[in-house]
Design a protein around this ligand. Sequence first.
Ligand SMILES: C[S@@+](CC[C@H](N)C(=O)[O-])C[C@H]1O[C@@H](n2cnc3c(N)ncnc32)[C@H](O)[C@@H]1O
Ligand code: SF4
Ligand code: SF4
Length: 313
Amino acid sequence: MAAKCQKYFDQERESFATTVVRRMKGQRPIPGFPPRAQIQTRTACNGRCAFCPNTSVGSHLSPGTMDWDLFRKIADELCSQEMDEIHVFLMNEPLMDKELPEKIRYIAERKQRCTKTKINTNGSLLTREMAERLIDSGLDKINVSFHGVRPEVYEFNMGNLKFQPILRNVLRLKEMLEAKKGKKPGLRITMVKTKDIVAEQEEIKAFWAQHDIGCNIRPLGNRNNKSVEMQGINWEKWRPYTWCRRLFTQIYVLYNGDCVLCCCDWNRTTILGNLRHSSIEEVWNGPAYKRARDLFLHHGMKGLLCETCLYTR
Ligand SMILES: C[S@@+](CC[C@H](N)C(=O)[O-])C[C@H]1O[C@@H](n2cnc3c(N)ncnc32)[C@H](O)[C@@H]1O
Ligand code: SF4
Ligand code: SF4
């Protein structure tokens, strides 16, 4: 299967002339530092969403929390560069880390002005106290994953999480944000495009508009997980994810400093380096990343996790 990611090219493989041609076509060389990063400050999620690998693989993974020394090292490197976004979560529920607001503050106080910090959360642990601490942390964006506005659809999609209390958490956060003067995070609702979500799309948009909260419906992926595919929740046929840009734009760091392929590598199959002893630049430009990008761009993704990655738009 041929990869179609035409946006990025490997400058080291190209002659000067082809580089010029590619740039004229709007293509870009692979950046020397990742424009985005996702950091897992601790493992685990209390959710059991129908479409998420956490539900089948979560409990088999070795647990852990990123220690402050490692966190500071990674954050300092990220803050020294102009980036698009730093996501302070990865394949987990970020609010299970009780020190998350302090970690966000550490980044917010040091990052370059153009870099935005973001979390996605299922909202179940968004108590008044946690909401206050997040609002005061300097966080730029908070996305609450809220899959459905009918309780039965929400609870089917999100397994053990309950519609009413989590809706109350979201609406309280909204009120607190409205009352807050000065810098505060932007709030959005996010969900994945399953059959049920497509069926109630208009209702969903109207529901969140009535609360003056923006919402996104994002494509569903199989996240390289058969159990996600077997749910039968995809609204259209699965397609190979050949246009993915993740290997060129984003670094994914686990709690122990290991850099995995992407946010679909729940089983930690592809470790591209470790940030405890190497710098972000060394890992991002190192042999394991180069090999993975080469397999993706020039060898039909053969031997990469990407071979089994499917998507519905
Ligand atoms: C893995 S979760 C981690 C953060 C947090 N637990 C949450 O749910 O927001 C990050 C995002 O991935 C999305 N997600 C989970 N499974 C997905 C899938 N199969 N396809 C696309 N997005 C998915 C979730 O909706 C969520 O917004
Ligand atoms: S989508 Fe988020 S809340 Fe749901 S199981 Fe996955 S990690 Fe947990
Ligand atoms: S497995 Fe590969 S194709 Fe799929 S999201 Fe990750 S990097 Fe992209």
